[in-house]
Design a protein around this ligand. Structure first.
Ligand code: 13P
Length: 337
């Protein structure tokens, strides 16, 4: 089989293994400027570059973070930023043995000809951007596309999501970045957990079909799936055990054991729910490292504690460590609330 990743293959496999190391997971802080603005607005701060930098500095300079966090996904602005003392954020991460990652997609736009669905832009110029990000110290990448169950999903939207992810993955590997493959199946809707399982199986089957067609090296990728849950507006909630059972069924049916790590997104679950669900999935051994790549489920209490005040930074960093440690325990299957 031709290997597209060329000279980077060994390095990609090594990077993926470090990110998927026992008891650790990913801190996702790759919110676009617009989304970061919403987070800042929730604590009454303006969406300025200074405030975004202050918030990211708080997160990335948390002492002891590397014990629980193996990778951090950054937005492009953060990759090039430094602390107020002039230390590059990338160096802060490397000092704690945390691998820097970069969001490389250019966001979602309407998909003409579909059921009001969207597709993800960003392939144009991706190779040169990726090479530049590698030079800046990034070693993995993220591309998030979404699939909506209430909108169908249409065959067109699923195919477009899968093909885009596969092209992105091949280009990332060609440039030394481990691709995180993230087709987020949105929680929105009143559908049952069985319906989510059906859609997730369809989506992952297509994703792996096109990943293989694009000669992507499976040992050098990471996945970022949504957990298989009922829709957020469904009449009944599912227990962590049921979510674990359905999610593992989907993964066992669709994901080859060559893939080193499954790094779940939190998708709007509460902090504790996301931890309990991950813990339930790690109650028995899995063929992969099953872990987290949470944004909201790691940041909600940090923001509430910080409130934008310098005197709260230490307490906010402690709040981050509490969530990071809880998810670390959940990765090991040893969390108790
Ligand atoms: P959430 O954990 O908030 O769903 O974010 C996941 C994500 O895709 C960010 O990288």
């Amino acid at each position: 089989m031709p290997v597209r990743a060329g000279s980077y293959t060994d390095e990609l496999v090594q990077t993926a293994k470090i990110v998927a190391s026992p008891g650790r997971g990913i801190l996702a802080i790759d919110e676009s400027n617009a989304t970061c603005g919403k987070r800042l607005d929730s604590i009454g701060l303006d969406n300025t570059e200074t405030n975004r930098q202050a918030y990211r500095q708080l997160l990335l300079t948390t002492p002891g973070l590397g014990e629980y966090i193996s990778g951090a996904i950054l937005f492009e602005e953060t990759l090039y930023q430094s602390t107020t003392d002039g230390k590059k954020f990338v160096d802060c991460l490397c000092d704690q043995n945390i691998v820097p990652g970069i969001k490389v997609d250019k966001g979602l736009v309407p998909l003409p000809g579909s059921n009001n669905e969207s597709w993800c832009q960003g392939l144009d110029g991706l190779a040169s951007r990726s090479a530049e990000y590698y030079k800046q110290g990034a070693r993995f990448a993220k591309w998030r596309t979404v699939v909506s169950i209430p909108c169908g999903p249409s065959a067109l939207a699923v195919k477009e999501a899968a093909w885009g992810l596969a092209r992105y993955a091949a280009i990332s590997q060609d440039n030394g970045l481990v691709p995180i493959v993230e087709p987020e199946i949105l929680l929105d809707g009143d559908h049952s957990i069985d319906r989510t399982l059906e859609v997730a199986e369809k989506v992952w089957a297509e994703v792996f079909y096109y990943l293989a067609e694009n000669n992507v090296v499976f040992e050098g990728i990471l996945l970022k799936p949504s957990m298989v849950t009922p829709g957020a507006e469904h009449k009944e909630k599912a227990s962590p055990e049921t979510i674990a059972e359905y999610t593992l069924k989907m993964l066992n049916r669709r994901v080859p054991p060559a893939v080193p790590g499954i790094m779940f997104l939190s998708g709007g679950q509460s902090e504790v729910e996301a931890t309990l669900n991950l813990n339930a999935m790690n109650q028995s051994p899995n063929p992969w490292h099953v872990s987290f790549s949470y944004a909201r489920a790691l940041q909600n209490s940090v923001l509430k504690t910080w409130k934008g005040l310098p005197e709260n930074i230490e307490a906010a960093q402690k709040a981050l460590l509490v969530r990071a440690k809880a998810n670390s325990m959940a990765q090991l299957g040893r969390y108790s609330a």
